[in-house]
Design a protein around this ligand. Structure first.
Ligand code: PNS
Length: 162
């Protein structure tokens, strides 16, 4: 049986923590579909087209990884794509409540689709898209915490705003 997993998120932008989850996921699943939420309530810094470009540059060398955007319910998207698994990264206890609620809601809506939580390398436990944006906005360097394409786009986005 081929196991296809959806790895959903806002990815505004992708971090090396996300990338680490994708790499680990490839050891468990035959295919990973990275699914970028198109219109989240969070008002992302990067439009969805740019988030896709950054993600594609980051996962370009990885086999069996596809990048797409989606809108609407995640489980509807997962069903349309024939995915049996939703992958989410868990960094710390603070992630747990939100993730637990989402996983149980998705389980209620789609009992046949299973959420699998994966831990990133400890090197990335403190890394989040939100903190990375704040650091760059205030003039700090995030090299090594996000893929090179994201570093360049973040710098361009915040150039001249300090
Ligand atoms: O990276 P994020 O912002 O934590 O990702 C959140 C995401 C995209 C996984 C979540 O908001 C989502 O699945 N949205 C799609 C709408 C949906 O299905 N809502 C019900 C989830 S229980």
């Amino acid at each position: 049986m081929t196991v296809k997993a959806v790895y959903p998120g806002t990815f505004d932008p992708i971090t090396n923590g996300h990338l680490d989850i994708i790499t680990r996921g490839l050891r468990l699943f035959d295919e990973i579909l990275v699914a970028i939420l198109g219109n989240p309530e969070k008002e992302p810094l990067f439009p969805v087209g740019e988030r896709i470009d950054i993600l594609k540059a980051a996962v370009g060398g990885l086999p069996n990884v596809r990048v797409e955007s989606f809108d609407g319910l995640l489980i509807d998207y997962a069903r349309r794509r024939g995915a049996q698994v939703i992958v989410r990264g868990l960094r710390a206890l603070s992630d747990f409540e939100y993730e637990f609620q989402m996983a149980l809601m998705n389980q209620r809506l789609a009992p046949d689709i299973h959420t699998v939580f994966m831990m990133p390398s400890e090197a990335y436990v403190y890394v989040s898209s939100r903190l990375v944006k704040e650091v760059v906005r205030l003039g700090g360097d995030v090299t090594g915490l996000v893929p090179p394409e994201a570093v360049a786009r973040l710098k361009a986005r915040y150039a001249g705003t300090k």
